[in-house]
Ligand binder design. Structure first.
Ligand SMILES: Nc1ncnc2c1ncn2[C@@H]1O[C@H](COP(=O)(O)OP(=O)(O)OP(=O)(O)O)[C@@H](O)[C@H]1O
Length: 465
């Protein structure tokens, strides 16, 4: 099929999928397992305590009473109350449709096609209740943000994502901040507000050195997050820089930090949070090169008694998506574990999740080399010999476990963080139990020759149907 013809077909199927999604709870719910959970947060999702869903039994997206309210932090209760005021569910629109055009596509590309509105048409919402959710947050006026950023001077732009422009700003007390101005304007007003509140709701529960911190927000003439400023920008900007780059010591520290941050989100946070968009551009670096997980725009919280969510549409960044997620919309901690594995591979190799020129996935490229335990062939040439071989092998082994095709075989973040630090006892245990196969040939066989490739092919076929 000619490329142009194919693109037209893809576009058509995209529009169809979006329309259908307004009625169908989850066209990707292909497995036949009953739903136990009855709570749905603000996305088009279903859940299961075992392993699948049935569209007929999908909970109402507007039913917002959690099954175990008493277990939540008191701020969470207040937050739930506030969220209850938002009547429309959030249906995020990252599409995987443009995959055939470019593997580098993220939510960013969707936004570029969307017209911008003037600030006067921006949503205005009552922010008073947000103050209740987190008393330490400041509610900034638009004029304060204008003053901090020199009237949103383009020269102060320090980053641009699929949903936002990020400006460097200076507050009157001299503190430098990052002001994230949400720019995704094609959505309905209520949906934008719902997304904003949902992201704030997640961040309100997060308090860890390896997660980005919020100083405040603004709903005055637009939706803004005011974050602590990360002077080294994102991991992506350093890792993929043609010069400079990151030495191994820093890379290893960053890997440990991300592992700790994710372990916290999954296990120790007042809510069980799945980030869903772990990638190099969403890892910020502090002055001391401490990793901070940022951008909770796609994050989900899972009630304790749910094994996983099933979500539609699939959102995230291609190259980091776990097979069970992009095939079936299954979201749980292992979704982040897979993405973390891809991120580790990027840290080791200096390659991107999907090579821009060859379109080869780093997972496919690295699997045979991990199998051979071939340090020299896999390590970023920029590092030369300047790395600790034991640490490198540890990171390789950990990455290998994370990208296992079978979700249940991937260790959880707690164990992975220990493993990265060289907990040999744990490593031995895993080898004995086979609980986390790392470099075995069976894994390689599964991933390279059959299942993963089949899944990828099926994934593309779905887009073409
Ligand atoms: N606190 C910060 N300090 C410094 N730079 C930042 C900060 N927050 C964001 N940035 C920069 O802005 C970029 C875009 O930010 P972010 O990922 O939050 O936007 P987004 O629109 O949600 O992105 P995505 O494409 O993942 O949806 C980051 O990759 C980073 O380079």
């Amino acid at each position: 099929m000619a490329v142009e013809e194919m693109k037209k077909k893809i576009k058509g199927s995209h529009e169809k999928a979006e329309t259908e999604n307004m009625e169908a709870p989850s066209p990707r719910c292909v497995l036949e397992i009953p739903v136990r959970g009855s709570y749905s947060d603000n996305s088009s999702t279903t859940s299961s305590s075992s392993s699948s869903c049935s569209p007929d039994k999908s909970p109402s997206p507007l039913s917002t009473t959690p099954p175990n309210v008493s277990s939540f932090h008191h701020h969470g209760l207040q937050w739930n109350k506030m969220i209850d005021t938002i009547k429309k569910k959030s249906v995020r629109r990252f599409s995987v449709i443009p995959l055939l055009q470019s593997y580098e596509l993220t939510r960013k590309n969707m936004r570029r096609k969307q017209p911008k509105l003037s600030p006067s048409l921006e949503t205005e919402i009552d922010c008073d209740q947000i103050l209740i959710a987190k008393p330490s947050w400041r509610n900034f006026t638009y004029d304060e943000l204008v003053a901090a950023t020199d009237n949103f001077n383009p020269e102060n732009i320090i980053g641009e994502g699929g949903h936002a422009e990020v400006y460097k700003g200076v507050l009157p007390d001299g503190e430098t901040v990052a002001i994230k101005k949400l720019t995704r304007h094609a959505k309905e007003k209520e949906e934008r507000v719902s997304d904003f509140l949902s992201e704030l709701g997640i961040i309100a529960h997060v308090n860890h050195p390896n997660a980005a911190r919020l100083r405040g927000f603004s709903c005055d003439r637009g939706l803004h997050f005011v974050l602590e400023y990360s002077p080294h920008g994102s991991l992506a900007s350093l890792l993929f820089a043609s010069e400079g780059g990151l030495d191994w010591k820093k890379r290893y520290k960053v890997a440990l930090g991300i592992a700790d941050g994710l372990s916290y989100l999954h296990n120790d946070c007042p809510r069980r949070i799945i980030h869903r968009d772990i990638k190099a551009s969403n890892i910020l670096l502090t002055q001391d090169f401490e990793a901070q997980i940022s951008d909770f725009g796609l994050a989900k919280w899972l009630p304790e008694n749910w094994a996983h969510h099933i979500v539609y549409p699939i959102e995230g960044t291609f190259g980091y998506l776990a097979p069970e997620y992009f095939m079936h919309g299954i979201v749980d901690e292992k979704t982040d574990v897979f993405a973390f594995g891809v991120l580790l591979l990027e840290i080791i190799t200096g390659r991107r999740a999907v090579d821009t020129a060859s379109r080869e996935s780093i997972v496919m490229w690295a699997k045979p080399l991990l199998e051979k335990n071939s340090v020299r062939e896999i390590v970023d040439p920029q590092l030369g010999n300047d790395f600790d071989e034991t640490e490198m092998k540890r990171v390789m082994q950990t990455a290998s476990m994370c990208i296992h095709h079978v979700a249940i075989t991937r260790p959880d973040m707690n164990r992975l963080a220990q493993l990265l630090r060289g907990d040999d006892r744990l490593s031995e245990l895993q080898q004995k139990t086979g609980g986390a196969r790392s470099l075995d040939g069976c894994d390689l066989q599964d991933h390279t020759s059959s299942s993963y490739l089949n899944d990828l092919t099926r994934h593309r076929q779905l887009l073409m149907e």
